[in-house]
Design a protein around this ligand. Sequence first.
Ligand code: NAD
Length: 294
Amino acid sequence: MGATIINGKALGERIKQEAAQQVRALGEQGIPVGLDAIMVGDPAAGEIYARSQRNRCLEVGIRYQLHALGRDAHEPQIRDTIRRLNDDPAVTGILLNLPLPPGIDTPALQYCIDPYKDVEGVNPANIGLLFYDNPIIAPCTATAVMEVLRQAKINPGGLHAVVVGQGAIVGKPISLFLLHEMATVTSCHIATRDLLQHTRSADLLIVAVGKPGLVRAEHVKPGAAVIDVGINSVVGGDGRRTVVGDVVFDEVKEVAGVLTPVPGGVGPVTVAILLRSAAEAARKQLATPRRLDG
Ligand code: NAD
């Protein structure tokens, strides 16, 4: 029997509706929810991306403002923009679009974002609070993976969860979330010897690497849940660009019990979580005094 395929688009739609409801409720209390996005680089490419960001925000009633800085913008200029937005009480959410041009210290800039306005949960304060299971805003993609597990009615407690990839805002936070939910967690990465031996013992296999074809049927224990977080743009057999994950979908769907597709799996859930986090950020800013300890 083939795997149950998770419909991330439908789950994303449901979370978006939740976000819209929260935005409406905050609006009724006189708190408009906004997202101020900073984009550095080629204005033409950025405009297309920003348009889709704006449309997604408007769909749930979030005000969107783009702050476009040219491709030669330097670090102090980006930092000043972030600080200005931090200090503006009308700004409730800040998103620093990546990648930034080479030579710019991305973590240092993420560190400047007010943790209460950090809608992506990338400020080290939020990542650190996650260690204690108490972030103000949690990293979006890791949160999306946990929503997918809930949707699939998978309780990680007691399961052997193997997380392949230990990136700072995807793999590592997922491992922490799973630990909090009492899974036994193995974290694999580029230096892991014999990846197959680890993945084959996983009840729950999360792959967040960025390497198409990394996980094949032989890597998966029969009946395991496999969540593919990878996003890779590749040239297909017909010469056209297409998006695939890190997991060989057609092979693994014959072995796994549950599987997320790419596209249409974790991606749309992450987008929806960002919108919900924007509402959450605005709500948390109501609390005074603001405290990092909750
Ligand atoms: P990253 O570069 O920070 O981390 C990659 C990790 O993969 C590292 O820990 C590295 O050690 C590990 N790795 C590399 N090669 C490996 C190999 N051969 N075997 C095992 N581990 C290996 O990347 P990231 O930001 O964590 O993103 C990971 C993937 O998730 C990318 O494809 C990215 O596009 C995708 N992503 C998806 C979403 C979503 O919404 N679905 C969101 C963010 C990122």
